[in-house]
Design a protein around this ligand. Structure first.
Ligand SMILES: [Zn+2]
Length: 490
């Protein structure tokens, strides 16, 4: 690796996904965020060593929505319900090879104690006061909606009308407004670096428009399934405050506090405000550094609509895995990563990408050269990830800027080049010596492709490396099978 790149990067990474509400099924939105973070974690583990990467995901288990869902399913004991839900999410993430180092649960006693202590620090800093709150609350979002977040009818654009109510109550408030200048500076000078640039500009503009203080508690008689507020048993800590603090409590619980200075949060654009404004301001108040960076991705949509449970247009994760297998599902989700803007996802789009990149591209390439390589006994030169990726600075930079769709494009370009090289040199028409020379070149290139794909195609990449280094001799290997026809297709 060259020295400029070396200096540009930290040699440690703390990577987080948001923690997810413990109700409903994991859908493609969850899959997107966790896969992005998982691929980053695997990439940096290969680059820096496993001990230098800490990756968390988990479930957000407090709040009214959770309580309502539990009641609907007939659970009297809420802890039993969240245990069941949390295990379910964990299993689903395990199914798609999400390699988290720690699975967060906000009903963990150590987390709850940490939350209380953290809120106490805000109080000690003189940043908390009690006031009357009047506003519109959405249970789906678990937050008060500002005027700009509501529809013209005063409803939530993301959730059903019965999820939205008018509320008048006493809350504790956090002096968010006090931190606007400090925050603005930290974001503008990239101390907290927000990717992509458009999402940074949005946050900067909103802070410049003025910050209102943030409600950080709810009355205990309305929201009881929550962490108690310090020294006030009539109030509970607002579920979003509780959730955000997981990013610190996870390090505390695992005695990994030194990772905080390398923190990167991966999240969807709907929760950018919480992560890029409220959370860093609370950190400053409590005496912590702000995170190093955040990656705010946009949404995968179906026919232009956000995918959400309440809209009933969810792309089912098990159906994706059934159709493409786990590795290819990971690949496809990243290929359609909504980096700057929302992007459409559908089985039709996924099918054509699967066929062009994986069946006709990579799968075909490997099976062609495997067959020919056995005839003339060629083996690839075995090389490590660090060595291979250092020769692909564009891929390294794409990782640094969270452009994982570009990582996919760059690797699939290498696959195309190898296929074109074969077609141009026609080894099947050559004598054994010439054939072996041509194949040696392709074997080395495709082995490198296998190495570069390690963070993404977790199992297939290993198979490719095994085949080409002679550890697995299977002349008729098929990496990606052809897709079964769907009803209505020609
Ligand atoms: Zn909502």
């Amino acid at each position: 690796m060259n020295s400029t790149n070396d200096n540009k990067m930290n040699r440690k990474k703390y990577l987080t996904t948001p923690i997810f509400y413990a109700n409903g099924e994991p859908h493609i939105g969850h899959l997107l965020t966790t896969t992005v973070t998982d691929v980053l974690a695997r990439h940096y583990r290969l680059l820096f060593g496993s001990q230098n990467v800490f990756f968390t995901t988990g479930t957000d288990e407090h709040g009214t929505t959770v309580e309502q869902s539990a009641k609907k399913l007939g659970y009297d004991n809420l802890q039993d319900y969240v245990d069941m839900r949390s295990n379910y999410f964990k299993e689903k993430f395990d199914d798609v090879l999400i390699s988290y180092d720690y699975f967060v649960r906000t009903t963990n006693k150590e987390h709850e104690d940490f939350v209380k202590n953290f809120v106490q620090k805000l109080i000690d800093a003189g940043d908390v006061y009690k006031d009357k709150y009047e506003g519109v609350y959405c249970y789906g979002c678990e937050k008060f909606l500002t005027k700009s977040e509501m529809t013209e009818d005063g409803l939530c654009p993301l959730h059903r009308p019965d999820q939205v109510i008018k509320i008048e109550e006493e809350n504790y408030f956090f002096k968010l407004s006090k931190y606007s200048d400090k925050l603005l500076k930290l974001i503008e000078n990239d101390t907290l670096k927000i990717y992509p640039i458009g999402k940074k500009n949005e946050i900067v503009a909103r802070i410049q428009g003025g910050l209102e203080d943030q409600s950080i508690s709810r009355p205990a008689d309305k929201v009881s399934w929550a962490v108690g507020f310090p020294d006030d048993d009539k109030q509970t800590v607002y579920v979003w405050v509780d959730a955000l603090i997981n990013y610190l409590s996870s390090l505390e619980i695992n005695k990994n506090q030194d990772f905080w200075q390398y923190a990167t949060h991966v999240l969807g654009k709907d929760i950018s405000w919480f992560h890029n404004v409220i959370w860093p301001a609370m950190l400053l108040s409590a005496g912590y550094d702000v995170p190093k960076s955040t990656f705010v991705h946009s949404f995968l949509t179906v026919g232009g609509d956000k995918i959400s449970k309440s809209k009933g247009n969810v792309i089912d994760v098990p159906a994706l895995i059934d159709r493409y297998g786990i590795d290819a599902t990971r690949y496809l989700v990243l290929a359609y990563l909504p980096y700057k803007d929302d992007s459409d996802a559908s089985f039709g789009l996924f099918d054509s990408k699967y066929t062009s990149d994986l069946v006709n591209g990579l799968g075909n390439l490997v099976s062609r050269i495997n067959k020919m390589g056995r005839d003339v006994e060629v083996l690839a030169e075995v090389r490590e990830y660090q060595e291979v990726i250092s020769e692909h600075e564009n891929i390294l930079n794409s990782y640094e800027e969270f452009r994982l769709h570009d990582v996919i494009n760059e690797i699939s370009q290498l696959v195309r080049e190898s296929n074109e090289y074969l077609n141009a040199n026609e080894p099947w028409k050559k004598n054994d010596k010439e054939k072996a020379e041509i194949l040696q070149n392709v074997f080395d290139k495709v082995f490198d492709i296998g190495v570069l794909l390690k963070p993404i195609l977790v199992k297939t990449s290993q198979t490719i490396c095994d085949i080409l280094s002679g550890e697995m001799v299977e002349p008729s290997i098929i990496l990606f099978g052809r897709l079964p026809k769907v009803e209505g297709q020609n």
